[in-house]
Design a protein around this ligand. Sequence first.
Ligand SMILES: [Fe+2]
Ligand SMILES: [Fe+2]
Length: 150
Amino acid sequence: MPQKPTDWLVALHARHLERRGRLAQLRAYKQHGSTSVYAHSVDVASLALKLARRLPFKVDEDALVRGALLHDYFLYDWHVPDPERPMHGFYHPKAALKNADRDFALTDRERDIIRHHMFPLTLSPPRTLEGAIVCVADKLCAIKETFRRR
Ligand SMILES: [Fe+2]
Ligand SMILES: [Fe+2]
C-alpha cells in the first residue's frame, strides 16, 4: 500500500519530486524488511521535521524535507548483488546525490544532507544542521524498520 505522507510539507515536496523526477520509483525498492525505500524516505522526512521543530534553532524546512526525501535516491535494488557496485553502505549516498543532481536543481544544503547521511559509516560528517538532523532521523527510522520486521 502506498505510504501517505502525514505532514503537508512532506506531501507537497514528495508530489513535486514524483512529478518532476523519479521519486515514485522508490516505491518499487525495498529498504528494510517490508518497508519500501519510498516509505522509508517519507518517514525520515516526517521524523526529521518533527525533530527540527523541537530544536531552538532556525531550520530550513524545505531543504530538510527535500534532502530527506532524496537521501536514498540511489534507484537500484541493493538486495541484488552487483559485482560492479562498491559496498552499498558506503556507495549509495554518492549514487543518490548523482541521481538527484541529474533530476533536480539542488541547494548546497540539500547536497550536504544526501552526501553525509551515512555518517559515521562514511567518515565525513554533515556540515549543516539539516544534514545532522536527517542523519539522526535516518538511523532512528532504520532501527524502527529493522525491529518491526521481527
Ligand atoms: Fe541511506
Ligand atoms: Fe535512509
